[in-house]
Design a protein around this ligand. Structure first.
Ligand code: NAP
Length: 246
């Protein structure tokens, strides 16, 4: 690669189905920018600094599963978004120092605004991993109370088996943050009592591939409206682009 060419990239463990490579490389071509976006698969987070040091023209990068939290000790500076939720998905390199941001927050807020006409009082969040951190933060900002459902419940969450009709009467927004149904496991879906979902429910699935998940189909069959995670994906990528200021 030419040394003068600007370099951006994505760090993660398994990146073969990554959206970002195609998205940013297309942007560079259409906007006539001499830059490249590369995928860096690393088997542990400790490999990140030697890799960054090898590519002197690296100006910024994204981080994905499973390193969004593990990256934090390696950063020189973090902004409010990373401080608030304890996860980082975007880094800008300035004078060899790493500045961390979380643009999933911006992405999810865009998706939430697109899917809602009225703000519900309460939501059900399925799953409680990395992406759920951004979801919880944005719901709090929007004063939407939430119930977390996970397979190993903690003090403030419940098990999938404990979901009952009352929960669906109280919560008109249901957000899937589990990877159930994501390509290539498209036949999977969260096990919840779908019979309690009706036309009053708005459903958000953070999954964007396939465009309609089994979870979305099941909710739509009950009369709910459902949206996938594509707007969040594009929203977080566009926010990273602004931060890098290419
Ligand atoms: P993660 O940190 O691994 O968290 C996944 C969550 O799902 C955990 O709570 C996990 O529970 C739960 N889960 C996994 N398998 C399950 C199962 N069989 N039954 C019940 N719960 C299960 O992953 P993540 O980063 O949050 O990503 C989750 C999904 O969101 C992925 O599909 C990802 O593509 C999508 N996502 C989309 C966007 C976007 O821009 N649209 C952004 C971020 C993420 P345990 O803790 O018990 O394993």
């Amino acid at each position: 690669m030419e040394v003068n060419k600007l370099l951006f990239g994505l760090f993660g463990k398994h990146l073969s189905h990554s959206f970002s490579g195609t998205y940013f490389n297309n942007k560079f071509i259409t906007q006539n920018i001499d830059a490249e976006y590369k995928l860096f698969e690393i088997e542990k987070i400790e490999k990140i600094i030697p890799t960054i040091n090898k590519f002197k023209n690296l100006k910024g990068f994204n981080i994905t599963i499973p390193y969004k939290t593990e990256i934090i000790p390696f950063l020189h500076n973090i902004d409010e978004s990373v401080k608030n939720i304890g996860a980082c998905n975007t880094v800008k390199i300035i004078d060899n120092e790493l500045f961390g941001f979380n643009t999933d927050l911006i992405g999810f807020e865009i998706l939430l605004n697109k899917s809602l006409i009225d703000t519900p009082e309460k939501a059900i969040i399925l799953g409680n991993g990395g992406a759920a951190k951004a979801v919880k933060w944005i719901l709090k900002q929007n004063k939407i109370d939430f119930l977390i459902v996970e397979r190993t419940p903690k003090e403030n969450s419940i098990n999938f088996d404990d979901l009952n009709e009352e929960h669906f009467i109280q919560s008109k927004l249901i957000i899937n943050t589990t990877p159930l149904g994501m390509f290539p496991f498209v036949n999977q879906f969260p096990i919840i009592p779908y019979q309690f979902i009706n036309q009053q429910h708005k459903v958000i699935d953070l999954i964007y591939n396939p465009t309609e998940t089994e979870f979305m189909k099941k909710c739509k069959n009950q009369g709910a409206t459902a949206i996938n995670g594509l707007d969040m994906l594009i929203g977080q990528a566009e926010a990273a682009w602004k931060i890098w200021d290419v």
